[in-house]
Design a protein around this ligand. Structure first.
Ligand code: DAH
Length: 358
């Protein structure tokens, strides 16, 4: 019996000390393989008397089972250790170091888009959109500017090559076609605002071939110029973050409105910065008017029942005035130093209660 115990201890110690799977396999062959020490021991049972076998059989078999499970357990432990070692050696660091300073910022045009939307949303206006490449029909004809109308010349239009079906597209020259799209798609009451990109063949310090406008449209059974003036006053007050503004109406002409009114805002240009709400200067800020009944009829709205007002103005100009940016072309040069100077923090969304620009 003592040599079985010795054999067991010796084998278990060797198993415990096996450094890798190959060494363990060699130990398994040496103990449990065909000619292994324990297999040889088991073979001796055949030559024993029944009494000896009764004692040694269970002892030898128990020994074999214990060695077998020790090998299995060690094998699992070695496999796990090998896997862990491999995972550790193949680890990839997918994290990135934090940038030393936030580099992205919101472009002043995007900022003003958000400010315009925040203010008009508060007044109950929804946001509507239209494409930059627009049907000639929506950009002009539906807005009461037929093909031979002289007002077309004022727009310096970028024309797109005619389609196979003869239809003509343009790069929209104003955001007003969104009026047509909205009236064709919705029933009154309508109250929308639409900021977006617009295009005209024009380029100098105050004109860019691509620029931005915002459009407003209200259609209901009863609307009048007083509503329009109030809405514009509320807008400019909130936008320039002053407690009062004064607007001056000038008669004007737009084919899509009748009557048409242009608005100037009272300002003070005597200092180095322009101020709104006081002063003796006037600055033109928006075109507007009562929607021409012809436009309503062109867009499927019963002009005997409904009327409305519309307004539109330049976004880039608003941004230049509010944030003291002298040249419109700098908006589109993608100069990072300029963006750093005039950009806005990425997570500060303008809201009326949280602050529009600060
Ligand atoms: N679309 C005009 C322009 O680009 C601006 C404008 C004037 C828009 C009068 C309007 C409006 O909605 O009623 O010059």
């Amino acid at each position: 019996m003592t040599d079985i115990t010795a054999l067991e201890n010796e084998t278990l110690a060797a198993i415990a000390g096996a450094g890798d799977e190959a060494a363990l396999e060699a130990l398994r062959v040496a103990s449990l393989g065909k000619k292994g020490s324990i297999s040889e021991l088991l073979k001796t049972l055949g030559g024993m008397s029944p009494d000896e076998r009764k004692v040694n059989g269970p002892a030898f078999n128990g020994l074999r089972d214990r060695i077998q499970s020790a090998i299995t357990a060690k094998k699992l432990a070695l496999e796990e250790a090998a896997l862990n070692a491999r995972l550790a050696s193949e680890r990839v660091d997918i994290t990135l170091p934090v940038r030393p300073e936030p580099v992205g910022s919101i472009h002043p045009v995007s900022q003003v888009f958000d400010e315009v939307v925040a203010i008009f949303a508060d007044l109950g206006f929804a946001v509507a959109e239209g494409p930059d490449v627009e049907f000639d029909d929506y950009n002009f004809t539906k807005l009461n500017i037929p093909p031979d109308h002289p007002a077309r010349q004022m727009h310096d239009t970028f024309y797109v090559a005619k389609q196979a079906d003869g239809s003509q597209h343009v790069l929209r020259t104003h955001t007003s076609p969104v009026q047509a799209r909205t009236m064709l798609a919705q029933k009154p009451p309508i109250r929308i605002i639409s900021p977006g990109r617009t295009y005209r063949v024009d380029s100098d310090a105050t004109h860019s071939p691509m620029f931005h406008q915002f459009e407003g449209l209200v259609i209901d059974e009863v609307t009048h110029l007083g509503h329009l003036k109030w809405v514009l006053e509320e807008f400019y007050k909130a936008f320039f973050e002053v407690s009062s503004v004064e607007l001056r109406a000038r008669p004007s002409f737009f084919p899509f409105t009748e009557p048409s009114v242009e608005w100037d805002i009272r300002c003070d240009r005597s200092g180095s910065q322009i101020k709104f709400g006081s002063g003796s200067d006037w600055l033109e800020v928006a075109g507007s008017g009562m929607v021409n009944p012809r436009v309503l009829d062109n867009c499927g709205i019963d002009s005997t029942k409904y009327q409305g007002y519309a307004f539109g103005g330049g976004i880039d100009r608003l941004a230049m005035l509010k944030y003291g940016i002298p040249d419109i072309r700098s908006f589109f040069e993608s100069d990072l130093r300029w963006l750093k100077a005039y950009g806005f923090a990425a997570l500060d969304l303008p809201t009326l209660d949280g602050g529009l620009s600060r």
